[in-house]
Ligand binder design. Sequence first.
Ligand code: HSE
Length: 422
Amino acid sequence: MNTKPQYQIALFGLGVVGQGFFNLLQASQSRDVSIQYIVVKSKTKKRAVPQSLLVYDAAQVWEDERVNLVVEATNDAQAAYEIIKNALLRRIPVVSASKKAIAQKLEDLVRLSRQTNTPFLYEAAVAASIPVLQTLDRYFAYEKPVAAGGILNGTTNYILSRIEQDGLSFNEALLLAQQAGFAEADPSSDVDGWDAAYKLTLLNLHAFGVLNDPAAVLRFSIRNLSRADRELALLEGKSIRLVARSIQTRKGLASWVLPTLVPAGEGLGTIVQENNALQFDFPFNGPWFTAGKGAGSLPTGSAVLKDVQRLVTENYSYRYTHLPVLSLSPLANDVSLELLLAGDDADFPADFRLAGWRRFTDPSGRIVRRGWLVLPELQKWLGRLEEAGVSLLFTGAFQLHESRREALTGFGKPQKVISKPV
Ligand code: HSE
């Protein structure tokens, strides 16, 4: 006799992720799980699922008491939030892939999941196929890293690596990423670093126990990068990737998402196409590097299915071991970053200053400034520089202010500690 519980799923959304999950679940021939409803918006769109499963009014799902598992895979953050909240209030376990909704409403949703004692899992929301949240939750529950991050957005990695390897233009590469189903409905979320900031926010919670507002993560778009930046990177033996990173500083946790120079052909420099990669530096475990597909129907659908399986077999809930208090904390800014900024003098505000800087002309004839900026200053100028079309590359070198040396071993060689802000 089968003693396992029977799960009746309501699947919300049948886009790239929902369809991938549906196909994989059918292929798995699971006897514990069956799909009761698929809630979609459009009545006219052709769907590759049995018509009998489709419903257009969510109320029908909430009225049916047989539904005991919700899979949320919509592409509308507000709708996603309402669905997750509704399910948790009814004590129905939820698996979600909606990083924007989760990151923006993290405090609220984690609180609700705890108060109702209802599992809420979202592995698919960070780095798709890479099982990073459950690994942090399970295996690193008693060890916080000093640094974490990596390549968290498949679309921008696809664009940057296709430009680098195949000489595609930005727009050609973006179009291909959209056609492959990697990009968000509004790809500016990918290109401008928002998507990576949402994912870094989820990592911050699970790796460091820090609950931050995703809007507080410092971000710079990849849209100002050109072939000239590729040439500049080549000169230094580097590749360009959009890298999300968090480091522990003396004051707390600093987080950013920036176009970054990475060593060509090693570490993050080996990550191409829509792949993602994560780097952690743990005080006891040492470094942990993991990579895999970061976007696409089956990799993301597979992450959703893994969560469903964990619910079915273990009734698993995240433990959030590192989270002392469930409330938003500000991010730290006691760090300086070394940057390369290419643009004409007129592109820079009159009172813009870099520390320890020099200026040179790159192989494409552009004026490039190389120097240091402390995070609050960078935060102040980012919008203006982005709008003026300045291209920004983070060299990967950073300085922690009045910080302990051990905290500096996150990535590569220890950096110089400086005692006062530049
Ligand atoms: N648009 C996202 C990306 C999808 O490109 O990474 C996966 O979260």
